[in-house]
Design a protein around this ligand. Sequence first.
Ligand code: ATP
Ligand code: MG
Length: 446
Amino acid sequence: MIKKFLKRVFRRSEKTKKIGNAQVIPFALHSVPREQISYGAKRVTDGLQAAGFKAFVVGGAVRDLLLSKKPKDFDVATDATPEEIKQVFRRSRIIGRRFRLVHVMFGEELVEVATFRCMIETAQTDENGRLLRDNEFGDQEQDAARRDFTANALFYDPTTQEIYDYHRGYADIRDGILRIIGDPLVRYREDPVRMLRAVRLSAKLGIQLDPATAAPIAQLKSLLDNVPEARMLDEVLKMLLSGHSVECIQQLRKMELHHGLLPLLDVIMEQPTGEKFIMLALKNTDERLSQDKSVSPAFLFAALLWHEVLSVWNGLVAQGERPVSAMFTAMDEVLARQKKKLAIPHRHDAVMKEIWLLQQRFEQRSGQRPYRLLEQPRFRAAFDFLLLRCASNEVDNELGLWWDEFQDTSETRRQEMLQPEGAGVKKRRRKPRKKPDATQTVQVAE
Ligand code: ATP
Ligand code: MG
């Protein structure tokens, strides 16, 4: 009797049910327990629900949990307005002018809470169909429809542990498919950045783009020209820092999306000499991220532009300029040239220059110079950079091994390792003008 009852309950709880147009997936099917939701996001959904509102964890977090990946952050969507949300949480503030969101703070954690929005029929678009505003409040179903991919449009209720699914996103995730919601042509025209998101998310999640989602990208890629540069840089940075940058770049190449996409990416792809170095830098970044280590955008930018700097520098040195001053000129020239096209924020300049400048000083292995170099605050980043140069055969591996040992060894051994004064410093000679060669390195005095 009890067995029969349990069987009935269990069977029922494994079934999805329909609420409005949503398929509701029970815990027994999806197996994501509330414990996997961050403390802050749970407090937010609890607080809002206790105040009589609907509240769900949404977007990337639900998708990542279903794929057994660690979410980057937990966003919450609700039917409460920003003012109502603010009334529920003491430590919160409304941000954003175009579409107002609320940031709720719980200790270190910041939870972003958004009111359900809809895509308005009369939304303004530019001549290519790009949405200029989409800032109307809506209901839960409309909020699902304005999202980009079915896998990104799931709502998780931490109280009932149920998932609300309006676009068969649960089935798509289970089948390993990334599928755009609605007509792909219309959705890419509304926001061309979705094409890049398609590439990034499928690479990052290791799932396939649905053929109908992938098909129109080739014909629509020129729409990316109209996207404001800051937003493009944002998305490209997300790719480079996704932990799967190598796959992202390979995928972009396959879809021929990299050409003219953003000068930064052109820089990456079109440098024959630098390609190996850059791919190693990206691989290294991916590995660091997979080990939860920090990566700095400045380091990555420094790597992306290194072979340009090197090429200008070698040209100047070949013309007889002193190596150190040639380096200053080369750095300024490359940064100024790139600034016009790349929109790399100025705040990274100082760190990039430090990393580049320290490269010259690794050559000097006599007297006090190596000790002074070790004390540089940027030594670690510069050393990591040096290792990439070694791995890409730009400089001799021996140099990297020498510094690797010198850093951690005893004073006696260090004294043995030091080279005689004058070694490693090439006498400066005026050279006849010759064609710059980016692969050539010149040893430099401090
Ligand atoms: P990530 O893991 O990179 O954070 P994400 O999917 O969470 O991936 P976010 O930029 O944090 O990406 O966006 C959160 C959610 O907002 C997405 O899951 C999606 O539902 C929606 N969204 C983001 N960008 C767009 C867009 N361009 N068009 C439609 N919906 C979007
Ligand atoms: Mg996210």
